[in-house]
Design a protein around this ligand. Sequence first.
Ligand code: DC
Length: 215
Amino acid sequence: MQDPERLLIAVDGPAASGKGTIARALARHYALPHLDTGMLYRGVALALFRFGGDPGNAFEARRAVDELETIDLSDEELRSEVIGEIASRVSAYPGVREALLKRQRDFAGQGGGAVLDGRDIGTVIAPHATAKLFVTASPEVRAERRFREIERRGIKVHLEEVLADIRARDARDAGRDNAPLVMAADATRLDTSDMGIEEAVERAIACVEAARGNA
Ligand code: DC
């Protein structure tokens, strides 16, 4: 029997939607462990990149999952655009997703509850989550946020280039056959286009409270 007090929160959404920031804030608010599942795919991408594997080859990508233990998941290189792009490509392979499934389900299943963010948490990893949020924002707003983040790291890019990358990533993440980026039927959509971080987090907490029956 599942503990009725156990709180499992699924946060999904496209690249640079603010889902990571919201998931971290929810984890802090409810004192729950948090897993950014995008980091697992990014870890696989970095492992593949390091052994010179081909992101177009499903077999090599699957082999990189076995190298995941060699990657430090707090390595800043994981956040680079190059690795994000490779992560989006390798995440389309069913073998890669399957190999990462148990680790994510185990995290979601821990006794005290958890917060997970990604693309398929509410649909595949934790379909029985207490609360499901689908965080989104317009491609233009997401590109602007990503652009500022890249600039802060001291890297020069063009906004149009970032927007084109965001659109390409959306198309690939939403268009793949296996666990595509879609909003779960019972998720609450949170469009953060016109919101600052504080308001978005407040709204997210209100959504969780509503899902727990406290609204
Ligand atoms: O959220 P992110 O940008 O760190 O994710 C990187 C890529 O990983 C993303 O383009 C798609 C993939 N991903 C996924 O397929 N499923 C998840 N649950 C999380 C990420």
